[in-house]
Ligand binder design. Structure first.
Ligand code: ADP
Length: 263
């Protein structure tokens, strides 16, 4: 556990969606709103989301399908822009009107894992993992070397030259996790990363995420339907009617909270 992780405390529900935290806030959302206009109607997916992620935390978001989890994670990763409200990385607003800064944030600050791996099926595992490094201008040789190290770290050193379309679901998700982390981001955002896997593979992939989270001192936000897996996180948030609320605190936080009240 990183120092920031140890320092972070959660004291139950203070402000809806904003657990009182201490430590360095690495990613913050303030009053995030996202609405879509469909014909004459307006669909408000996120009404006013407030969230602070303290360095080293592992936080789960639980909500039924359609509640807006993907929308929120995409906004936090600057893959989409909010209707209003702001995302801050390291206390600085991510200005959507500064494309170069946004691109750098996406490539270097955040690693993103989707429910469906989004790998290039005709490319090998090592080519898929090396891609973010090549895109940021690293050499081909250096990118392959680092990608190989990551594939080793996710337990796939024997699959580096396999086309990802030929790998199992669990292996594909491991490649996707290696690709998300190859640029050594500070933050890992994962959108139902085990949602497409059977229970055994889901647990194995979650174990891997948890191990990498600790080993690389990540700050992680994971959307999941799986109550048992969410319960292993430091905090569990619920997305309800466009607002984030604290559901509870995980086992590693129970000792440092005032009872760990649940909403
Ligand atoms: P979740 O990830 O929780 O399943 P999503 O964030 O994918 O939910 O979607 C939340 C809601 O927003 C859904 O009702 C979905 O249909 C709607 N939605 C998502 N993207 C768009 C879009 N581009 N235009 C209109 N509605 C959208």
């Amino acid at each position: 556990m990183s120092a920031g992780h140890t320092a972070a405390t959660t004291r139950g529900l203070v402000t809806p969606g904003l657990a009182e935290t201490t430590g360095r806030v690495i990613l913050e959302a303030r009053a995030l709103r996202k609405s879509y206009r469909t014909g004459a109607a307006q669909l408000v997916v996120l009404a006013a989301v407030d969230l602070k992620l303290v360095e080293g935390e592992m936080v789960a978001i639980m909500a039924p399908s359609g509640a807006g989890k993907s929308t929120l994670l995409h906004l936090l990763a600057a893959l989409d822009t909010p209707t209003s409200g702001t995302v801050y990385f390291d206390s600085k607003p991510i200005e959507s009107n500064a494309p170069a800064a946004v691109a750098q944030f996406r490539n270097r600050a955040v690693g993103f894992v989707w429910q469906r791996h989004h790998l290039l099926p005709d490319f090998t595992a090592i080519e898929n993992v090396a891609l973010p490094l090549l895109l940021r201008g690293d050499s081909a040789e250096g990118s392959r070397r680092i990608a190989g190290q990551w594939l080793n770290e996710v337990g796939l050193s024997a699959r580096t030259e396999h086309r990802t379309g030929e790998l199992s679901g669990g292996e594909q998700q491991r490649v996707a996790i290696a690709r998300a982390l190859v640029t050594q981001p500070a933050i890992l955002l994962a959108d139902e990363p085990t949602g497409d896997l059977d229970e055994q593979n889901a647990v194995a992939v979650f174990d891997l995420i948890e191990r990498l989270h600790r080993a690389h001192r990540l700050t992680s936000l994971i959307a999941t339907h799986n109550v048992a897996l969410a319960g292993r996180c430091d905090r569990v948030m619920a997305l309800e009617q466009g607002v984030l609320k604290l559901r509870g605190v995980g086992p590693s936080k129970m000792g440092s909270t005032s009872g760990g009240e649940k909403s």
